[in-house]
Every structure is written in structure tokens, then in C-alpha cells.
Design a protein around this ligand. Structure first.
Ligand code: NAP
Length: 282
């Protein structure tokens, strides 16, 4: 595995397994397969409604907890200082874990500066090993920085060849923030995998376009956790550790026109306040 070092010294595997839009039944079926293939980094969230199933799979596999890197995320309705303290403990209870490796504020709405204080306390208490922000645009990231005593160690954002996040990365680099990329395969968009620069690199290395997308992201220094229910794809995704793109191939992918799949709205969209309670695991 390729590991990156966060600013507080914690090591994060560059490649993980995302469980967004997986029911608990799907997690029970497919996460053990992913673990058997070799994945040790799992990206979940309160809002994925599958933390209980993730915790069960990690405990059941017999591999020591400390060999895993587990991320979860808190939702805006829990961002008040006290609510957030409670939400951190409840999330750990659902996972059945004493700590998680990374906890993020999932969305940039509501009382996120208060929530940051709770996350900093959880870090000091050893309930989380690293903390960060997900979907925060630069100005909201700065708002958190203005009150923070701990600089976020991670920023999780959309990141793929159509959304390379170079400007954000340049801004975050001096702060030592590691970028994590969601939708690394465009959430299953087959058109992404037909872009000539990606197809050409795939042919040159005898790999698939999906593998090129993942390898490109990791070679740029980013963390990715593609989701798949297909054991063949799990093996394929792990095999991106076994080849390297040339500087010319990287440059060609960097030159792909930018067209993100999702624009994070400035104000909270309706779904932020419409989520069912998180104890209703699905
Ligand atoms: N912070 C946030 O707001 C946020 C938002 C979205 C996602 N995320 C995180 O990012 C993770 C990844 O995002 P995502 O799940 O939405 O999308 P994704 O990983 O970009 O794409 C998943 C799709 O790619 C396909 N796929 C996976 N491996 C493949 C391969 N080797 N070849 C061809 N197709 C392949 C999967 O289909 P098969 O099942 O058929 O393989 C699935 O349809 C999520 O699971 C979650 O952990 C975070």
C-alpha cells in the first residue's frame, strides 16, 4: 500500500473502499470481500446509514483494528458544540469502536465552527486520530481556520480527471492538508472512461481506464476510495498500486477540460435538513 503522512504524523492509505449508497445488507455482503482483497481503509459517514454494518464487518474479519483506517463523517444538524460532542460518541457506538482514524464535518452548513471545537476535543481525547472537512469551499475552510487550534489534516472533495482540484490543492499544500477525492470514477460515468488521454494511457500500460483514473489521483498525491460491489473491480482497483503513469501521461490527464459532476451550493440544499435519523441504519 502507498501511505501518505498527515500533518500530525498519522499515516493514511492512499487507496480505500467507499461505502456511499450501500445498504447495510450490501455492506455485509461486499465489505468482507473488499477486506479479503486487501482494502484496509474504509470511508463511511453518519449519513450513509451503514456504520453498524461497517463496524460488524471490521470486527468479524479477525484482522486487528489497528490495521484499519476508518473514516466517518458528521452531519450539519449535529454541529452545535454539545450536539456534536454527543454525535461523535454515538457514531463511535454505532461503529462499535473506541476511536476512528479520521472524522470529517461532512457538509459546509450550519454551526461548523462550533463543531470544529468538538472535533478538536475528540482529537485531544483520542476518540479520533485525525480531523478534517468535507465539501468545504475555500472561504468556509478559512472560517474554520480562523477559529481552529488544529489545522484540518484532510479535505475531502470531488476529485477526478474532470475535477482535478488543482487550485484548491495549491492553496491547501502550504497548510499540509491532504486531499481526499470522492467520485474518483465519476460515480460510474462511463463517458469519463472514454476520454482519449485516459484511454491512451490505459492502452500503454495494459490496464483499464478506471485504473488510470485512480492511479492519476494517487500520483497527484491524493487519497481515493472508489466504491464497487464487484470483486473483480475490487482487485482491479487495488492493482493501481502496481504501475506508474509517465509525466507526459499525467500532463495529458491534467489537461482534460474541467467539468465537475457536482457544484457545492453556498446555502444548504433541502436534503441537508431532510435526512432521517441516523440510528435508522438502512
Ligand atoms: N464527502 C462526500 O460528500 C462524498 C460524496 C460522494 C462520495 N463520497 C465517498 O467517495 C466514495 C466514492 O464515490 P462514489 O461511490 O460515489 O463513486 P465512484 O467510486 O467514483 O464510482 C463508483 C462506480 O464506479 C464503478 N466502478 C468501481 N470500480 C470500477 C472499475 N474498476 N471499473 C469500472 N467501474 C468501476 C462502480 O460500479 P461497480 O459496482 O459495478 O464496480 C460504481 O458504479 C463513496 O463511496 C464515498 O465513500 C463522499
Amino acid at each position: 500500500m502507498i501511505n501518505f503522512k498527515l500533518s500530525n504524523g498519522v499515516e493514511i492509505p492512499a487507496l480505500g473502499y467507499g461505502v456511499f449508497q450501500m445498504s447495510s445488507a450490501e455492506v455485509r455482503e461486499h465489505l468482507p470481500q473488499a477486506i479479503a482483497c486487501g482494502f484496509r481503509h474504509i470511508d463511511t459517514a453518519n449519513g450513509y446509514y451503514n456504520e453498524v454494518a461497517v463496524g460488524e464487518a471490521v470486527r468479524a474479519c479477525g484482522i486487528p483494528r489497528e490495521e484499519f483506517f476508518i473514516t466517518t463523517k458528521l452531519w450539519p444538524r449535529d454541529y452545535g458544540y454539545e450536539d456534536c460532542r454527543r454525535a461523535i460518541d454515538v457514531s463511535l457506538e454505532r461503529l462499535g469502536m473506541d476511536y476512528v482514524d479520521l472524522m470529517l464535518l461532512h457538509q459546509p452548513y450550519g454551526a461548523y465552527t462550533e463543531a470544529w471545537r468538538s472535533l478538536e476535543e475528540a482529537l485531544a481525547a483520542g476518540k479520533v486520530r485525525a480531523i478534517g472537512l468535507s465539501n468545504f469551499p475555500r472561504h468556509k475552510f478559512q472560517e474554520v481556520m480562523d477559529v481552529a487550534t488544529v489545522t484540518p489534516q484532510v479535505a475531502q472533495v470531488e476529485l477526478n480527471p474532470r475535477c482535478n482540484q488543482h487550485a484548491l490543492k495549491e492553496w491547501l499544500e502550504p497548510l499540509g492538508v491532504v486531499l481526499e477525492g470522492w467520485y474518483p470514477l465519476g460515480h460510474g460515468d462511463t463517458e469519463l472512461l472514454e476520454i482519449p488521454a485516459i484511454v491512451q494511457a490505459a492502452k500503454a500500460h495494459g490496464v483499464t481506464p478506471a485504473q488510470v483514473c485512480l492511479r492519476w489521483a494517487i500520483q497527484e498525491g491524493n487519497v481515493v476510495f472508489p466504491k464497487t460491489l464487484n470483486p473483480e473491480h475490487m482487485r482491479e482497483n487495488l492493482a493501481v498500486l502496481d504501475f506508474e503513469l509517465t509525466a507526459e501521461e499525467m500532463a495529458a490527464i491534467d489537461a482534460i477540460p474541467q467539468a465537475p459532476y457536482y457544484a457545492v451550493p453556498e446555502e444548504a440544499p433541502a436534503f441537508i435538513n431532510e435526512m432521517p435519523p441516523f440510528d435508522q441504519q438502512m
